[in-house]
Design a binder for this molecule. Structure first.
Ligand code: GA4
Length: 351
């Protein structure tokens, strides 16, 4: 049974944490496919356990992330500001949204990284990483001399990022394939977008520092929004903060579980299922724990820019399409031109 309480962000200890469905991926495939579809219809959010992403890779990723965020601000800023990729502190997006967090936003597709000069040093050694990064090779790259300490840190981080992204991308595709099976549509209908070489998938590392001062942004770490992409996989450490919006207007706190991934469907999957799945609004409260940082590592599985988004006939059944056909690039431009809390899909509704 789900019970949600009215949120009192200051007194987190009073909030009763209840959970979204937890799905064990080691159960039988057909059972899991049905459970995931049910969770997508009822909540738009669920957790997966026994997901196959190695704890070692995740831990390495978490350690690298903390190491980065622990650096002094001027060093972190050398990475370049998040426009769209890089380091951001307090500011979210380009339209004036703010929150009590700092973050690193990274592209995951090979072209995007190679073209982004500030990540090119990192990229040079990333193509085939497995933990096999070659320090000497990195140090011989000419421009590595500038801000070398910071770049080296970023580079090592990126090596770990690469392994992590590979594993989480695979999990995202596996879940999308289970969804397709549960819906009775072709196996790779959704996952082929994320597997595509030009997929616009992202990795976001969010760091919510412990309370050391009074908040400027109303105790909000990351404000209310829906995710624009196809699917989101979030892994956080043991600190609470994530909340999802229920239809009755209440916020449901999601209990943290470092061994699980919290999965939610994004706007694109809402459009492709003609509204059968809802891309649920969620937010992260600022970290209210005095001695612990909250770190979330979020993979956003997205289509390539030119991909056409439309509900396939098998899912329309006898219903009329709710949304116009659009490309991911069109959707993304619209998204980035608006505020975080906008209901972006409304703009693409057939009136
Ligand atoms: C929300 C989901 C992802 O974090 C993100 C965010 C992006 C950004 O931080 O630059 C956006 C936000 C997100 C949606 C509306 C726009 C764009 C900030 C913002 C105000 C990386 C994404 O893809 O969309």
């Amino acid at each position: 049974m789900v019970v949600a309480t009215q949120v009192n962000p200051i007194r987190m200890e009073k909030i009763r944490e209840v959970d979204i469905p937890v799905i064990d991926l080691s159960c039988s495939r057909s059972k899991v496919a049905k459970l995931i579809v049910k969770a997508c219809e009822e909540y738009g959010f669920f957790k997966v356990i026994n997901h196959g992403v190695s704890h070692h890779i995740t831990k390495e990723m978490e350690d690298e992330s903390f190491e980065f965020f622990d650096k002094p601000l001027p060093e972190k800023e050398l990475v370049g500001s998040a426009n769209p990729f890089g380091y951001g502190s307090k500011n979210i997006g380009l339209s004036g949204d703010t929150g009590e967090l700092e973050y690193l936003l990274l592209p995951t597709n090979q072209n995007a990284i190679a073209q982004t000069s500030k990540f090119s040093y990192a990229w040079a050694s990333l193509t085939k990483t497995h933990k096999g990064y070659h320090l000497s090779k990195a140090l011989s790259i000419k421009n590595f001399n500038n801000n070398s300490q910071c770049r080296l840190t970023l580079w090592v981080t990126m090596c770990v990022v690469s392994s992590y992204v590979k594993s989480v991308r695979e999990l995202a595709c596996e879940i999308l394939e289970l969804i397709a099976e549960g819906l009775g549509v072709p196996h790779s209908l959704f996952s082929h977008f994320v597997r595509h070489f030009d997929s616009d998938s992202l990795l976001r590392l969010n760091h919510y520092p412990p309370v050391t001062h009074s908040f400027h942004h109303g105790n909000i770490g990351f404000g209310e929004h829906s995710d624009p992409q196809i699917i989101t996989l979030l892994r956080s450490n043991d600190a609470p903060g994530l909340q999802i919006s229920l239809r009755n207007g209440l916020w449901l706190p999601v209990s943290p579980d470092p061994h699980a991934f919290c999965v939610n469907i994004g706007d694109i999957l809402q459009a492709m299922t003609n509204g059968r799945f809802v891309s649920v609004r969620h937010r992260a409260m600022a970290n209210l724990l005095p001695n612990q940082s909250r770190l979330s590592m979020v993979f956003f599985g997205a289509p390539p820019p030119e991909a056409t988004i439309a509900c396939p006939p098998q899912l329309l059944k006898r219903n009329k399409p709710i949304y116009k056909t659009f490309t991911w690039s069109e959707y993304k431009s619209h998204t980035y031109a608006h505020r975080l809390g906008e209901t972006r899909l409304d703009h693409f509704k057939i009136t």
